[in-house]
Write a protein that binds this ligand. Structure first.
Ligand code: IMP
Length: 452
């Protein structure tokens, strides 16, 4: 297979960064297609931790070209810091990173608005990361956004920043009683800060399409999770982008017909950060235990994550929305010490049994649990599926049965080597099956070449 989409199947933080980093070993290109610095992809290589926010996780594999696709929003401050951190780790970025010139920019007034809107909403807040994501996408869809391409023309850039900062200041001061930004200073500062980024700005859509047309192996890296999707998620408690496979075409700027397969990453339990419905949330000691054992604190904000049992309805909906071909189950080792483990197989709603996860009534869904025995032994040393205890394999079989999707890989620790192949044949990417795509575009005859 020459193209693979990797998405989160729950509410984000499923461990996509680790999975993409591992699968990128055999990729030529890794492309982010949505979101921005709200993402925090944690990858451990040789005992060292990297948290990537905007740069695709493929950057940690030498030779892989990374593209920030046109569906992303970029905070140039955060990106500059991220690139400096990569340089300190001696990761070569030059010639390997490309920012689509259509990407929209996050400016300080977007962050200011994000915080002010949340503050004013009080108990009805979304629980955003306050990274300015919603307001930046609002400018994009309001058709007044500032794009990466604007960083290539000084006068246009200054004009647009001043115009947008004035509009944002009006809201900040009049509606939210918050501090304004200095438009003139902002335009000058940002022009200076963003200069070093200009060399990465190019036509990302064209680069991705050319790689696919050559049959090169291209991976599309999702951020957040399917149930944070702006259309299919638990609206309004969602992020502002399209987080599933349906977002790839628009967010990378390529036809959906290029996509070969979609893998979904899910934790062996469920977490959610921020507000919004969460049917299997555990608020007592079991929730605290999961949070502690799993180190469940936000990679971007440090907030404690809400924790609960595996919700098969949530993942089954992701399988359906994405047409997932395989699951990758992460953090199975976090369940090592539980004597009993619960799995939500379906729900009740107003006393009726309901099988499907319903995002509109998610707050009223009551989980129907199946309880299975735990394995009560450490599994972090297992490197082959057969080395997993029987109860752990039975737990994975139950996940497969309830979600209707095969588990191709299982993660039993944070290291690169702690990713076990379970049903590798479910994921064509692993066996490197040949691409079936052909470039069907008519080629223009080269100058001087005879036409038949
Ligand atoms: P925003 O994307 O900052 O606007 O936040 C909207 C919702 O998405 C909030 O509930 C956030 O906590 C959640 N969210 C955004 N990015 C991530 C992520 O990378 N992992 C988990 N949750 C996220």
């Amino acid at each position: 297979m020459s193209s693979l989409v990797v998405v989160g199947t729950q509410w984000g933080d499923e461990g996509k960064g680790k999975v993409v980093d591992s699968l990128a070993q055999s990729a030529r290109m890794v492309v982010r297609f949505q979101g921005g610095p709200n993402a925090g992809h944690t990858v451990w290589v040789n005992g060292k931790q990297s948290i990537l926010h905007q740069v695709p996780s493929g950057i940690l594999t030498p030779g892989v070209v990374c593209v920030i696709g046109c569906g992303c929003v970029i905070d140039p401050y955060v990106l500059t810091e991220e690139l400096a951190a990569l340089r300190r780790m001696k990761v070569k970025v030059g010639g390997r990173l490309l920012i689509d010139f259509r990407c929209h920019m996050i400016l300080p007034y977007h962050r200011g608005l994000d915080a002010a809107i949340e503050e004013q909403a009080g108990a009805k807040r979304i629980g955003t990361t306050k990274k300015g994501i919603g307001p930046a996408y609002s400018d994009k869809f309001g058709r007044v956004g500032i794009r990466a391409a604007d960083l290539l023309a000084e006068e246009t850039f200054h004009d647009k920043v001043k115009r947008n900062a004035a509009a944002a200041n009006f809201l900040l001061m009049e509606k939210y009683k918050a501090d304004p930004v200095s438009a003139k200073k902002l335009a000058a500062d940002y022009w200076r800060i963003t200069r070093p980024l200009a060399r990465f700005i190019a036509d990302g859509s064209l680069a991705v399409e050319q790689a696919l047309a050559k049959g090169e192996r291209v991976m599309f890296e999702g951020a957040q999770g399917v149930h944070l999707d702006v259309d299919l998620g638990t609206y309004p408690y969602v992020t502002t982008s399209s987080t599933g496979s349906w977002g790839v075409a628009a967010g990378a700027g390529v036809s959906p017909l290029w996509l070969d397969e979609v893998a979904g990453v899910c934790k062996a339990y469920t977490t959610r950060v921020g507000d919004g419905p969460f049917p299997t949330e555990l608020v007592g000691a079991d929730g605290d235990r999961l949070r502690q054992l799993g180190g469940e604190y936000g990679a971007t904000t440090g907030r404690p994550r809400r924790c609960g049992w595996f919700d098969a309805g949530v993942v089954r909906a992701s399988v359906r929305y994405n047409k997932l071909t395989a699951l990758v189950v992460t953090k199975l080792d976090v369940l090592d010490t539980f004597d009993q483990i619960k799995v939500c197989a379906g729900y009740t709603l107003d006393g009726r049994n309901v099988d499907e996860f319903d995002p509109v009534h998610a707050a009223e869904l009551k989980p129907r649990y199946e309880t299975v025995p735990g394995w009560q032994q450490p599994i972090c040393h297992a490197r082959r599926y057969a080395e997993l205890p029987r109860a752990a394999r039975q737990y994975l079989a139950l996940i497969e049965e309830l979600t209707g999707c095969p588990v191709a890989m299982v993660s039993v620790g944070r290291g690169r080597d702690q990713l076990i192949l379970a049903k590798p044949r479910a994921l064509g990417w692993l066996s490197g099956r040949t691409a079936h795509h052909q470039d069907t575009r008519r080629q223009r005859p080269a100058a001087g070449q005879q036409k038949d």
